[in-house]
Ligand binder design. Sequence first.
Ligand code: GDP
Length: 298
Amino acid sequence: MFETLSDRLTSVFSSLRAKGRLSDADIDATCREIRIALLEADVALPVVKDFVAHVKERARGVEVSQALNPAQQVVKIVNDELIDILGGETRRLRYAKTPPTVLMLAGLQGSGKTTLAGKLARWLREQGHVPLLVACDLQRPNAVQQLSVMAERAEVAVFAPEPGNGVGDPVEVARRSVEHAKRQQHDVVIIDTAGRLGIDQELMRQAADIRDAVSPDEVLFVVDAMIGQDAVTTAQAFMTGVGFDGVVLTKLDGDARGGAALSVRHVTGRPIMFASTGEKLEDFDAFHPDRMAGRILD
Ligand code: GDP
């Protein structure tokens, strides 16, 4: 993960190792390298600019320290900046005071939404919750079937359209699923919505209608980290069209550059809450900004 970014930053730091203290010229040169490293990692330009400006400011204010050499000081500054840009603290799920908690997933087709629904359900079940997976992706052939398979693998129940469950109308399916969850004592409802290959107004409207019908406690925007900076454009479109509370980054296992991970929080102002790192249901966890920063600087 993030091989080139890690390598680049490591070589930036090693060039500082021989220095006794940092001159302004050293800081400028270092920041130039960091800028290139981030741009090469496909981080969005406004994010790069802010990042470098903060590093520069912090580096200039650094006291000559007995404990840390200049390279270590810069590593620490970059590490702290990475944690900040990735969101600081882990943002945990907010559960409803009165169950069920309703989580709605939104994102493009292929982003890994259905897989994520299964992962999230399994993760919640392991923590003692009784989730219900709801199939509101009625666009893609097989999506309902795929979600049912996920539910089986995650060992949770699924609510799918059928006579009486609002056949063909995702808004109705969503509404009924929440009533069903109350009756059947499910404390978390996970609604999988339709995704298209590109951003599309009808898709946005449908997602917004589902949101209005069930007032989710959290809308989670699911995005494939491998699309790099394009994740930012997609996120902005979903922000305007549907709105969301948190981000789930998928396919981080295949993301060699880190552009999406480093850009999306800064650009949308919404925290990355979960990360998916593979095709198996276990390849999933809460997103920890400090661990991710550590991995980039490893
Ligand atoms: P959806 O169209 O958004 O519902 O996407 P799917 O859940 O069907 O996922 C699309 C493809 O991505 C499938 O082949 C998944 O197995 C794969 N996938 C999903 N999440 C991950 C992940 O975190 N890592 C990898 N490598 N593949 C993933």
